[in-house]
Design a binder for this molecule. Structure first.
Ligand code: HEC
Length: 133
């Protein structure tokens, strides 16, 4: 009993630190998203967006945002936006997918990629497990 209480107390600060770190990453990622992506991408369909809105993008099949006019390259790519694919895309999108109409974005800093990814995960509220297969 005493051990169980002790274990619970010991675990609590670690959990709090984890979620604080996650929240900091999301906030930093939102700032970076605004600087690097927002001029072309809205987070949702309520705002004008030159590129496809990026809500629910993590784990989603590429080229499937409803009614968006994708390039043939992206629409036919058959890929799923896993975290690894999103990192490769941020690093060198037109190298990763020749023929895309997204202008080159070269974010090679893994920390910046990770923060933007944390933000994209935070705006992914839909369960994409069905489309990721
Ligand atoms: C200069 C405008 C521009 C900028 C800046 C830009 N994008 Fe894009 N993005 C586009 C366009 C246009 C497309 C559609 C590409 C196509 O159809 O080939 C796109 C497509 C995408 C897709 C595919 C979405 C889907 O539904 O399959 C992702 C993911 C993406 N962009 C992420 C980002 C991220 C993250 C950033 C910032 C690091 C960013 N983009 C910056 C214009 C831009």
């Amino acid at each position: 009993m005493a051990f169980a209480v002790l274990a619970a107390v010991a675990a609590a600060p670690a959990l709090a630190a984890d979620s604080t770190f996650e929240a900091v990453k999301v906030t930093a990622g939102e700032t970076l998203f605004k600087a690097e992506c927002r001029r072309c991408h809205a987070p949702d369909a309520d705002h004008d967006s030159y590129g496809p809105p990026l809500e629910n993008v993590v784990g989603r099949a590429a080229g499937t945002y409803p009614d968006y006019d994708y390039s043939t390259a992206l629409e036919a790519s058959g890929i799923v936006w896993t975290p690894a694919a999103l990192r490769a895309w941020m690093e060198d999108n037109d190298g990763f997918m020749p023929g895309t109409k997204m202008r080159h974005v070269g974010i090679s800093d893994p920390t910046v990629q990770e923060f933007i990814l944390a933000y994209l995960s935070s705006i992914t509220t839909q369960d994409n497990s069905a489309v990721s297969k």
